[in-house]
Design a binder for this molecule. Structure first.
Ligand code: BTN
Length: 253
């Protein structure tokens, strides 16, 4: 069973052994007027969802959570919360791994890598509200703790395979210890410090990457993350192009 880890006051924990998707349960709570900090945690999911309409394999042993936020941001700023969450979960993973400094990297937009392999993904959903503000944002985070899928287009790994503990509750506690501080910094100081911290832990800056979109794949050099959370590529013809969505691949990995 999941147990009940003690979390900071910011959170209200809703734990489920099995659920379809923590996203749907969190949306239901949001619609009921649940407060910011409501956190749905599941031991396994039968209908886990990934980014861009993909599924998310969700067997027991990994971490599945959805966190409800009500930041009152304009819709265009909602995506910045994915970087805030990446920092908190990246810190939590690093705290559980030996030699973590070089090993844990953040991959645009919201993936976490250990030793260059995908270990966690983040799904962001928002609901437009009154006065052009978001009524809520739900951050869905899935972390491969005990196992990882083998049928993915990129290489994956798990916290356990990387030498960390097989304990989703411990990772949840590590995330919960870090998230409120990361969120508070973003709200008080804007995206600048989050962006700088993300860049310092990012994978592939200054290196050749590919951004895959529905209809095309664009190759170039990853120059920066900008103030809006966009990825900028320097293209071979000397021009630049920005992206708000897409899948990044590192050639040769
Ligand atoms: C990705 O495609 O990289 C994002 C994956 C997000 C998966 C998490 S698991 C908890 C939450 N519930 C879901 O159904 N999806 C997210």
């Amino acid at each position: 069973t999941l147990g009940r880890p003690a979390l900071p006051d910011f959170f209200r924990l809703h734990a489920h052994e099995t659920i379809g998707s923590t996203m749907e349960e969190c949306r239901r709570l949001a619609a009921e007027g649940a407060p910011e900090g409501s956190l749905v945690w599941a031991g396994e999911q039968t209908a886990g969802r990934g980014r861009r309409g993909r599924g998310w394999a969700s067997p027991p042993g990994n971490l599945y959570l959805s966190l409800l936020l009500r930041p009152g941001l304009p819709p265009a700023d909602g995506a910045k919360l994915g970087f805030v969450a990446s920092l908190a979960m990246g810190g939590a993973l690093a705290g559980l791994l030996p030699r973590s400094e070089e090993r844990v990297r953040l991959k645009w937009p919201n993936d976490l890598l250990i030793d260059g392999r995908k270990t966690a993904g983040i799904l962001l959903e928002g609901q437009p509200g009154p006065e052009g503000r978001l009524a809520w944002v739900i951050l869905g985070i899935g972390v491969n703790v005990a196992s990882f899928p083998s049928d993915t287009p990129y290489q994956a790994t798990s916290l356990t395979a990387a030498g960390g503990p097989a304990d989703p509750a411990l990772l949840l506690a590590g995330f919960a210890a870090r998230f409120p501080g990361c969120y508070d910094s973003f709200r008080r100081e804007g995206f600048g410090p989050t962006r700088a911290a993300w860049m310092s832990r990012a994978a592939g800056i200054g290196q050749p990457i590919e951004v895959r979109l529905e209809q095309e794949t664009v190759a170039g050099r990853f120059s920066t993350l900008d103030e809006e959370g966009r990825l900028w590529l320097d293209l071979p013809d000397g021009s630049r192009r920005s992206f708000t969505a897409g899948d990044v691949f590192f050639p040769g990995l």
